[in-house]
Ligand binder design. Structure first.
Ligand SMILES: [Zn+2]
Length: 145
């Protein structure tokens, strides 16, 4: 597993500024039988380990294992995973930053009243976002400037 360019330094700087990190992902491959829950958990653990080696602690990774037609409350842009984190860690949306590379990530942030950041280059139609950056390093420079 190789972190994207700028992601380690970017997250180190966010961490130094007091941010905690949570990963919310849609994993519909589980619902479609292409992947097991266990393999997603193992992948998340590997992700945490790679960043931890560089002093970046990811507090928790949550994922939605459902497909769109299951109409669950957790598949982004639905807010179920956020509600879970908010309850568990006492988070306030205005003090968080929702970072993602897909329209669903930005739509979720907008739905809960959280600042948003679109990372990378997507060709998909995307809702309005607070920040836009090529990678996490360019993002942290904008957010913390
Ligand atoms: Zn779900």
């Amino acid at each position: 597993m190789v972190p994207l360019p700028g992601s380690i330094t970017g997250l180190q700087r966010f961490g130094d500024a007091g941010y905690r990190f949570f990963v919310l992902s849609n994993q519909s491959g589980v619902g479609r039988g292409l992947q097991t829950q266990e393999s997603v958990v193992a992948c998340n653990e590997a992700l945490k380990a790679v960043f931890q080696e560089h002093g970046v602690m990811i507090t928790e990774c949550l994922f939605c294992p459902h497909t769109e037609d299951m109409h669950c409350p957790c598949r982004k842009p639905k807010t179920g995973m956020w509600e879970e984190l908010r309850a568990r860690y006492g988070l306030t949306a205005e003090e968080c930053l929702m970072v993602g590379d897909r329209p669903a990530d930005i739509a979720l942030g907008n739905a809960i009243g959280c600042p948003t950041a679109l990372i990378g280059v997507t060709t998909e139609e995307c809702p309005e976002q607070t920040y836009r950056a090529l990678d996490l390093l360019h993002l942290v420079e904008q957010v913390l400037s």
